[in-house]
Design a protein around this ligand. Structure first.
Ligand SMILES: *Cc1c(COP(=O)(O)O)cnc(C)c1O
Length: 439
């Protein structure tokens, strides 16, 4: 009999609850602080931009939170996602290690981000929101939210970092196909955007700037709320379907992962695969090594400081306790747009502080080398973000070969790279770098 490669769960095996690690931390997570008073933020302070039900979830101490049936019905379009054993990659590396990956690129938008976009649209819908405003860098989050809004009958407006708007037209077109309105940021839609444009007409935009525009739009437009695709506790929470499914699928494979890798931008796809395994470390004394992988050029968790910092450039968000490079840090324009954030999710930062997870940083050329090797052996072209996790998994598998050690490796393949082929073009033609004016 040939070797089993795919581990598929039945529809009824999809998780019914999200897992909230806040309930199991041995030390409580430091609360977010008001930027003016430096006192812990109260739920009403966040009410201007988020609906009450999501604010409650952000602060909930409950361990298992039920996934609403309406959300599960939409998850069912692509969940449970497959978990596969990368036997051809193992062979290419001549490693005794077994390599498994969870494939989140199977969602309609092509990444893990719909896992939170769908519940965020749902909770806004039931709270009476008519329209959501958000920002997007390369467009992964914007397209996921556009998809989710369409299914719940909400309007969606996306401020897309200008350089990506022009250089990466396909995700913009995907958002428009899902029915969203997309503005290149800085835009003339907001006061802040107009001010930036007046000072610097050729400004290429940045994520921090686009956040400021989306927040201004939110507070000035009736029945509008804001949605964020990473960093926050409720986003980490929604992603835990990934790890819960992975635990069942590794059981089907009859193996226990020794080491787990996930790439980190704001930290949420990593949180998604990691937190259910972190719970088993805390409660069942499992020894799993869990590693966050980030780019060397934006090394928040490996080189940043653990302290209170702002989430945005304009200093409008609450202060969060996190590993940070400083909110004015402007990362170079690498091709993994989803990993260019100055901070790390507070929950992921707390895990690192408590020694529950490790972190490594990898250089861009190694990332693309890994992505190409993965595509050529397993067939899936990975998103450049996800290729960070692949690069770390490959390093580990090579070490296993050198030390003749048989290990079980699991990584999260957070998205496919079919809309990132321009980045592959840059790599294949030896022109990987390229700087823009971030202003
Ligand atoms: C957005 C994105 C990331 C980074 O975001 P996290 O919150 O760190 O998960 C990683 N991979 C893909 C494919 C993305 O779209």
């Amino acid at each position: 009999m040939s070797m089993q490669i795919q581990f598929l769960l039945r529809a009824e095996e999809m998780p019914t609850h999200w897992y909230n690690l806040l309930a199991d931390f041995p030390e409580p997570l430091p609360p977010p602080l008001h930027p003016g008073t430096r006192q812990p933020v109260t739920p009403d302070m966040l009410g201007a931009i988020f609906p009450e039900n999501l604010i409650q979830q952000e602060m909930s101490p409950e361990r298992m939170i039920e996934i609403p049936q309406e959300v599960r019905d939409i998850y069912a379009l692509y969940r449970p996602t497959p978990l596969l054993r990368a036997v051809r990659l193992e062979k290419a590396l001549q490693t005794p290690a077994h390599i498994y990956y969870k494939y989140e690129g199977a969602s309609p938008a092509g990444s893990h981000k719909p896992n939170t976009a769908i519940p965020q649209a749902y909770y806004n819908k039931v709270a009476g929101t008519k329209r959501l405003a958000t920002e997007t860098g390369a467009g992964q989050w914007g397209s996921s939210l556009a998809f989710a809004c369409q299914l719940f009958g909400l309007e969606c407006t996306v401020y897309m970092v200008k350089v990506s708007f022009h250089q990466k037209p396909y995700r913009k077109l995907l958002m428009q196909t899902y029915g969203a309105t997309v503005h290149a940021s800085p835009s003339s839609q907001t006061e802040f955007g107009r001010k930036v444009l007046a000072e610097e007409p050729n400004c290429a935009g940045s994520l921090g700037l686009a956040i400021s525009e989306a927040v201004e739009d939110t507070v000035k437009t009736p029945a509008t709320k804001y949605a964020l695709g990473s960093v926050l506790n409720h986003v980490c929470l929604h992603q835990t379907v990934i790890g819960q499914e992975s635990i069942k699928q590794m059981e089907m494979a009859g193996e226990e992962p020794d080491v787990i890798f996930g790439c980190v931008g704001g930290g949420t796809n990593f949180a998604g695969i990691a937190f259910p395994f972190v719970q088993r470390k805390l409660t069942a004394k499992k020894k799993t090594r869990i590693v966050a992988v980030e780019p060397i050029s934006c090394p928040s968790i490996t080189k940043g400081e653990l302290r209170y910092d702002f989430g945005d450039t304009a200093e409008t968000t609450p202060l969060m306790m996190m590993y940070t490079l400083g909110h004015t840090f402007m990362p170079p324009s690498i091709h993994a747009g989803g990993l260019r954030y100055h901070g790390m999710a507070p929950m992921v930062s707390h895990c690192k502080k408590l020694g529950l997870i490790d972190a490594v940083a990898v250089p861009q050329t190694k990332v693309f080398e890994a992505g190409v090797l993965f595509a050529r052996s397993e067939g899936i072209v990975p998103a450049p973000e996800s290729s960070h996790a692949i690069a770390a998994a490959i390093d580990e598998a090579v070490k296993c070969r050198e030390e003749n050690r048989r290990q079980v490796i699991l990584f999260n393949l957070s998205g496919h790279g079919l809309l990132d082929l321009a980045a592959y073009d840059a790599y294949l033609s030896g022109k990987l770098t390229g700087n823009v004016n971030p202003c």
